[in-house]
Design a protein around this ligand. Sequence first.
Ligand SMILES: NC(=O)c1ccc[n+]([C@@H]2O[C@H](COP(=O)([O-])OP(=O)(O)OC[C@H]3O[C@@H](n4cnc5c(N)ncnc54)[C@H](OP(=O)(O)O)[C@@H]3O)[C@@H](O)[C@H]2O)c1
Length: 288
Amino acid sequence: MDAATQPVLRADDWLSRESSLLTPETCHAMPSGNRMPLLGLGTWHLTHHTVHSLCSALELGYRMIDTSADYHTQRGIGEAIRACGFDRDALYIVTKVDPEEDGYEATLANLAQMKLNYADLVLIHRPPKDGSHEKAWEGLRRAKREGLVHDIGVSSYSIGQIEELVYRTGEMPAVNQVEWSPFGHSPSMLDFCRDNGILIQSWSPLTRAERLNDNRVGAMAARYGKTPAQLLLRWNLQLGVVPLPKANHVQHQRDNLHVFDFEITPVDMIKLGALNEHYSALGRLLYV
Ligand SMILES: NC(=O)c1ccc[n+]([C@@H]2O[C@H](COP(=O)([O-])OP(=O)(O)OC[C@H]3O[C@@H](n4cnc5c(N)ncnc54)[C@H](OP(=O)(O)O)[C@@H]3O)[C@@H](O)[C@H]2O)c1
């Protein structure tokens, strides 16, 4: 979906079970023809009660879940999907493989942990120290050919690393999942991804809560009658970036879905973008 056409929906429309968040208005069309919801739930450091937390999130309206073997949430995610009685096809599951792994075998292992037949998106978790992780990528391509995953992508890759991967393998990643917030992002990465049909997913979209008490964000959020977290998520959405906020607290989970019923003005979008200080929870943005 074009960034300019990000929907402003009534919260009730967005959250109703019937809409299932997988309509053309609430999703990005992926290269495979699959549809990715506009926002998902992160699960790194999700509470140990993964099943309980996931069931609450699914009931609230989340339809995309982001995980990885090293988050230790995959078993709970699979259990929650079965326990809550959700149709697997109505959900969008993202997982990741370690760059040094065989992407095919690692995908099989992830699916086995979740007891699922397929993932919607599998990513190479980290950028290469050298080369471009072609072995992991070729494994993911095989997994895609065999129907174990709909789309494949990378995480925290720089523009140069994506170009090298494509040069060596001929296949463009569908997604680059990167750390992304008004305080830490890269306009040139956004331009590159738009030009090449790559969707950006945003990890740590809330800066791990490190910048939520920024006075400038607080004042602007108050003008919209929203919280700082909601403003940051909406900024992502209006750029066409897919945020994956993690929240243990049910109220946070709920708040983070109520971001489809207001629109940030173009002037305020620019002001938020100008907060960029290349902030990273890791000390530096890996992809810049
Ligand atoms: N690809 C990668 O290499 C990579 C790396 C890191 C993360 N990720 C993914 O991205 C997801 C999100 O990133 P993250 O977990 O690092 O950080 P985040 O989503 O930016 O921040 C999570 C923190 O924000 C708090 N929070 C959530 N909603 C809030 C709200 N409405 N108001 C106030 N505080 C709120 C949470 O509190 P509570 O939990 O207490 O509610 C938690 O402390 C991860 O969970 C993971 O799925 C991917």
